[in-house]
Every structure is written in C-alpha cells, then in structure tokens.
Design a protein around this ligand. Structure first.
Ligand SMILES: *Cc1c(COP(=O)(O)O)cnc(C)c1O
Length: 351
C-alpha cells in the first residue's frame, strides 16, 4: 500500500545560502553605489542559489528593483516582492508577452523598435528601455533613439549594459557617455548602467540605479570589490559508501585513477548533474573538517570518489564540504564565476 504522505528522508547533499552574507553584500554594493540605489539581478534562479533563499533577504535588506531575463521567472520572484518592482530583461516578444506583463504587473525592458511598437500597440504603460551603447546584444541603437516608437513609450528606467566592466577599458567611458547622450533625448525617470563590476568603476557609472548580480552571490569580478564581498554559497554532500582499494585497482569511468598502494576511498553524493562539473575533478578535493580528501578519477553524474587517507575515521553518512569558491577555483578550473554558480543543479538547490 502506498502512503499518501510519504516523508522524504534527509537529503544527501545540501546547498546553504548564507543570508547574512547575502544581505551584507547587497548593503556593501548599495553603499558603493553612492547616491545611486542598488537593485539586484535575480535571473537564473538567483544565479543558481534559489529565488526563495535569496529574494526575501534582498528585499529585507532594502532592495526595491529586481531583474529577471524571462517571463517564466516572474511568478517565483513575485511571491516575495511587488510585481512592479520586477524588470524583465528580454522584453516583450509577442502579444502573449504583453498580456502576461499586464496581468502579472511586471515591467518589460523594451529592447528594439519592434518591441516598442508591440508594447504600445498592446496598450502601453510603464516600461524600461535598453539602449545598446556597444555590447551589440540587446537594445535599441543610438540612431534609433529619436524614433516615434521611442517617444510613444512611458519610460521608467533608461538603461544600458557594459561590455567590459571587468577590464580597464576605454569602452566603459564611451558607453557611459553614450548613455548620457541618450538621456538628454529620451524622457525617463531613472538611469542605470552598472552591473557588479561597473559599481567598482566608480561614481561616473552609478547613475540612479545599479544592477549587481554576481557580487551579491559572492563573485568578485574586479579586485576593488574583494574587501567588500563575502562568500554566500556553501555546499556539502554525504559519503554514501567507503571501501578499500588494493594496489592496482582503478576508480571511476575509464579508470583514470589507479591506486599505487592499498588505500581507503569514499564515494560522495555529488556529481556533474549537481553542477560539480568534470572540470572540477582532477587536482581538486573535498574536506572533512579541515582534512583534505583529494578527488580520484572522473566526476560521475551523481557521485565522485575521494581518497580517505587523511580521514581514516570517516564512515558512510558523514558530511563533507565541497568547496564552491567561485572566484579562485572557478578560474583554476577554466570556468567563469558565473558558470560555477548558474550550473548548480536542481537537486542541490532543493537539498
Ligand atoms: C545579468 C545582468 C546584470 C548583472 O550582471 P553581473 O555581472 O552579474 O553583476 C546587470 N544588467 C543586465 C542587463 C544583466 O543582464
């Protein structure tokens, strides 16, 4: 007979979001934004850390503007904040998008003259406008800003996005100057340019609202931010099984690790499906208390095998910590800090 309310056993892996650190990061970025106020990029499920974990904390810290990419991301965020505080970066692609925007009350970022016409034809109302000042990704171009389709809009935030804010690059200043040129022509309430790295570029880039994402979640895209940003994500997983390995025995797919001497190993409940990508196998380790347990062989989808030589007392069921240092470790493994966060898998987010 099946139980109608089966109780899940405790998870064998968990992500802990340090909400105090998240709030402190938002407050630090808000302070670094000077006279501007900081918003928050909460797209991609708060960069993999979970909307329910993060958005209430950002709201309580004082954040009032939240950015997602897709309309599908709005309902989860709107459970925690007023929908009119949510900006949808991809804008409206069709009448269904316009209808959904009005029904839920979130605000589209208009990115092209087509989107502007569509939004107006469907009834108009408050929107944001993205100007392309050089990234050539989304946004209307500088030679379109005088168009009637733009004048017909009722624009809250006039915004642009920096292509190389993490570098010292003349294009940053050129992009800021172009946004200011656009601001002289296009009526708006607020101006916005800087992402996390842009905040570190200083007051000339802050305007009215900054849009940090990565740095909220512990990423340090520019050295200037290092003293202000705390790590937010902590990952732990349980040892599923321990076993001895004789000299000459191999571990994992394709036998890429072969034991030189007899040793004891543990199989840990985390794999690439959880965002512990294969790039993070070789040369890396997990930790039991402060003891380093090197990873052996290839990372599997749901498991990784570690050397227990430094922790002979470890047994099945013990928790190990899985370093999620999105700054140093990401680069060392050829990943960007963004990828290291956003690849966090669904099972781990729910753990
Ligand atoms: C994702 C995004 C941000 C946040 O960028 P970070 O580099 O993560 O701080 C800001 N603005 C726009 C338009 C974005 O797409």
């Amino acid at each position: 007979m099946t139980d109608t309310h089966p109780v899940l056993p405790p998870a064998s892996l968990r992500l802990t979001v340090d909400r105090g650190a998240l709030a402190a990061n938002w407050q630090a970025l808000n302070a670094l934004s000077g006279a501007a106020k900081a918003g928050a990029a909460v797209k991609a499920d708060c960069y993999g850390l979970g909307v329910d974990n993060c958005v209430p904390t950002l709201r309580d810290a004082g954040c009032e503007t939240f950015f997602v990419a897709h309309w599908s991301e709005v309902p989860a965020v709107a459970r925690h904040v007023p929908a009119h505080q949510i900006a949808v970066l991809h804008g409206v692609l069709d009448l269904a998008g316009c209808a959904f925007a009005r029904a839920i009350g979130a605000v589209p970022v208009i990115n092209s003259l087509e989107q502007a016409e569509l939004w107006t034809a469907s009834g108009g109302g408050a929107c944001h406008l993205m100007i392309d000042t050089g990234i050539n990704r989304l946004g209307i171009s500088m030679d379109e800003i005088n168009s009637p389709a733009v004048s017909a809009l009722s624009i809250d935030m006039l915004m642009s996005h920096l292509a190389s804010a993490d570098e010292d690059n003349a294009t940053n200043h050129r992009q800021a100057a172009l946004l200011q040129d656009a601001a002289k022509v296009v009526p708006h309430r607020r101006l916005s340019l800087a992402n996390s790295a842009g905040i570190a570029l200083g007051a000339d880039f802050a305007f009215d609202l900054t849009r940090p994402g990565l740095a909220l979640y512990g990423g340090i895209p520019r050295a200037e931010l290092a003293g202000f940003i705390k790590p937010v994500a902590m990952v732990e997983a349980r040892i599923l099984q321990c076993h001895p390995l004789a000299a000459g025995e191999a571990v994992g797919y394709n036998a890429t690790f072969v034991a030189e001497t007899a040793m004891r190993v543990g199989t840990v409940s985390i794999g690439y499906a959880d965002g512990f990508l294969r790039a993070r196998g070789r040369g890396n380790a997990v930790f039991h208390e402060s003891r380093r347990l090197p990873i052996l062989g290839k990372v599997s989808m749901d498991m990784v095998v570690v050397d227990l030589s430094a922790a002979p007392d470890c047994v099945a069921g013990d928790w190990v910590s899985v370093p999620w240092d999105i700054n140093a470790a990401a680069l060392q493994n050829g990943l960007s800090p963004y990828e290291m966060l956003t690849s966090i898998g669904q099972r781990l987010r729910k753990g």
